[in-house]
Design a protein around this ligand. Structure first.
Ligand code: PBG
Length: 344
């Protein structure tokens, strides 16, 4: 008799079987974010008091002492990677951004103090001039652009002098390595910057200092809040003459290959959450570690929605960070890092 047979069709695929209960769900979750994967950006300043960044809740510009204290505290909690950005007082800014290579610049002071204190942290130094130049561009302007600015032309298209900027980046990298950076992170998108920095570091006796190249960095509106945080906004023009055009879907490979050939130890895709397709493709195209930067605007969006009660901050931050990891990022630069180590 066939009576014992179920009237239901045979269903070998019932994905819900593995969703029954937290234990099973956790057991089969294969995308894991560990504190080791997170890099926390800090804005450091040569002032006595910290200053909150209004467009980035929970983020402040930190005086050197406070920054070192925060690094010590977070390292004790298992968050051990930090990316330093320096804030420059207006009276120290100039067309070349010379303050970047001053040993007294806050980034270099924090690096020295972290090393002297023997804190167990991996220290990355952002290497770019936009927080140091008076015009706010990521490098030295070409002669024609500088002349147009002097004559007051509002339409001066910002043309950054690639090779002059690269030479200054290389010198600045050596100062950062000397101060104690484990990794320098050039973010200015100048052609040839990685090779020049590598040579300068090697010649100066820093062959062990690594380079995290911001290889694939798009000209993005999502950097808006960062420009308040780093006080590195441009007086005129934009960055489309050096950062990548988000309408080009294949150019990443050119940047990636160039930086790897020049000695990049790790590469970065930036922004992250709005460029997951690029993160995935870069992950598949290379075996070096791939970092992705969940940028200020992507961070601010979640906070803004959460403040209005439109999104849950914790859930949306965890989901977004997981998406970046799932796309293939080995390392995630995120302002959520201290919260994530609480939540994970
Ligand atoms: C500097 C730099 C920027 C960011 C990191 N390094 C700003 C820019 O290129 O305009 C943005 C980071 C963020 O938005 O969180 N070149």
């Amino acid at each position: 008799m066939m009576a014992a047979m179920s009237s239901k069709p045979n269903e070998p695929h019932r994905p819900r079987r593995l969703r029954r209960g937290a234990g099973l769900r956790d057991a089969v979750a294969d995308v894991i974010i560990h504190p080791n994967h997170l890099i926390y950006p800090l804005f450091v300043i040569n002032l006595e008091y910290s200053k909150p960044v209004s467009s980035m809740p929970e983020v402040s510009q930190l005086p050197v002492k406070e920054a070192v204290g925060r690094i010590r505290e977070l390292a004790g909690l298992g968050l051990r990677q930090f990316l330093l950005f320096g804030v420059t007082p207006a009276d120290q800014k100039n067309p070349q951004g010379s303050y970047a290579s001053s040993p007294e610049a806050p980034v270099n002071r924090v690096l020295r103090e972290v090393r002297q204190a023997g804190i167990d942290a991996v220290m990355y130094a952002d290497l770019c001039f936009c927080e140091y130049t008076d015009h706010g561009h990521c490098g030295i302007l070409s002669g024609a652009t500088a002349d147009a600015r002097r004559s007051g032309s509002a339409h001066a298209c910002a043309d950054v002098d690639n090779d002059a900027t690269v030479a200054r980046l290389a010198q600045t990298a050596v100062v950062q390595a000397q101060a104690g950076a484990d990794v320098v992170a050039p973010s200015g998108m100048m052609d040839g910057q990685v090779g020049a920095i590598r040579r300068a570091l090697d010649e100066a006796g820093y062959p062990h200092t690594a380079i995290l190249a911001y290889s694939i960095k798009y000209a993005s509106t999502f950097y808006g809040p960062f420009r308040e945080a780093g006080e590195g906004g441009m007086k005129t023009g934009d960055r489309r003459g050096y950062q990548m055009d988000f309408r080009r879907s294949r150019e990443w490979r050119i940047e990636l290959e160039a930086d790897l050939a020049q000695g990049a130890d790790m590469v970065m895709v930036k922004p992250a959450a709005t460029y997951l397709d690029i993160v995935r493709q870069v992950r598949e195209a290379t075996s070096v570690p791939v970092a992705a930067y969940h940028v200020s605007g992507e961070y601010a969006m979640l906070h803004a929605a959460a403040q209005r009660g439109w999104l849950d901050l914790k859930a949306s931050a965890l989901e977004t960070t997981c998406a970046i990891r799932r796309a293939g990022a080995d390392l995630i630069v995120t302002y959520f890092a201290p919260r994530l180590i609480e939540w994970l």
